[in-house]
Design a protein around this ligand. Structure first.
Ligand code: G
Ligand code: G
Ligand code: MN
Ligand code: NA
Length: 253
């Protein structure tokens, strides 16, 4: 595929961007974190969404190049925002591939030094699927990430197969509930019962809970009632370029 041969060139031409989507603390509306979402600003095809190149990059092994770029860029962003007096914790998505061996840990050690970034400013988002692909290796990498000072969230929670027992073994501090579970339900719906149980279960395990894909005030109100900790979604904002994100943030506070 033409796109694929273009990935390493796209990196050298600086065609990838990290867009930032705010993640808001429900208790006080605090703007304390965001998720980094990659886009490819292709010279002829325009802005390309990750679902059009990440799966191919995973199949061809190009994902390692992309991950390295994402990590470098994420570290520059958190260091810049901290220097500007507006530090945030940035969520960075990892692929199953990144969890297969400990090469990621060595890379991160090196990048932390090069970019003078604070590992506490980065939270890795690992999907249930990725964590279960090669669970023993993934667990080792996750512990290594924590030892380096990073934190970890389980992403797209509810769509995979993580058992409770396995979740307890993972050094994670946050659950991000997949947006397919986040709709305004009436209290008799099974969807509502599921959402309520996930939040309560997560809290009992000492995890903070993020609802993804929140699109309206009704969903926000339901999540307040369910004692959810953070929300992310179009109701707050879609993902923005760094400049726009900073302007948006200043406007909020
Ligand atoms: O922003 P958008 O909804 O198009 O993102 C779609 C999916 O692409 C996300 O759910 C996420 O899993 C994946 N994705 C976005 N950015 C990155 C990234 O930097 N690295 C990896 N591996 N996946 C990403
Ligand atoms: O990492 P993850 O797979 O969860 O990626 C989040 C994806 O969800 C991004 O591609 C983003 O564009 C998308 N997204 C973010 N907020 C909303 C929302 O409120 N509604 C919908 N439908 N999609 C959203
Ligand atoms: Mn994510
Ligand atoms: Na997600």
């Amino acid at each position: 595929l033409g796109l694929m041969s273009g990935i390493s060139q796209a990196i050298s031409n600086n065609e990838f961007r990290l867009y930032l989507q705010p993640k808001i603390r429900m208790a006080d509306g605090g703007m304390v974190s965001a998720e980094a979402l990659i886009r490819w600003e292709h010279p002829t095809r325009g802005l390309i969404a990750p679902e059009h190149f990440i799966p191919f990059a995973e199949k061809t092994g190009c994902i390692r190049m992309i991950t390295k770029w994402v990590l470098s860029e994420a570290m520059d962003i958190v260091a810049l925002l901290r220097a500007n007096g507006t530090p945030i914790q940035l969520g960075v998505n990892l692929s199953a591939f990144d969890l297969d061996d400990t090469a990621l840990l060595k890379l991160l050690e090196q990048l932390l030094i090069e970019h003078r970034a604070n590992p506490a400013d980065i939270r890795f988002e690992i999907t249930e699927h990725s964590a279960m692909n090669n669970p023993i290796a993934a667990l080792e990498v996750m512990h290594g990430l924590c030892n380096l000072g990073f934190s970890i969230s389980i992403d797209d929670f509810g769509t995979g197969y993580s058992s409770l027992a396995y979740l307890q073994k993972m050094p994670v501090s946050e659950l991000k509930i997949d947006r397919s579970f986040v709709k305004k339900f009436s209290s008799e719906d099974t969807g509502f019962v599921l959402l309520k149980s996930i939040i309560s279960l997560g809290h009992q395990l000492g995890l903070s809970i993020v609802a993804e894909g929140v699109e309206n005030a009704d969903e926000w109100d339901m999540l307040v009632d369910l004692d959810c900790d953070f929300v992310q979604g179009f109701y707050i904002s879609e993902a923005m370029e760094l400049d726009q994100f900073e302007a948006w943030w200043k406007n909020q506070s």
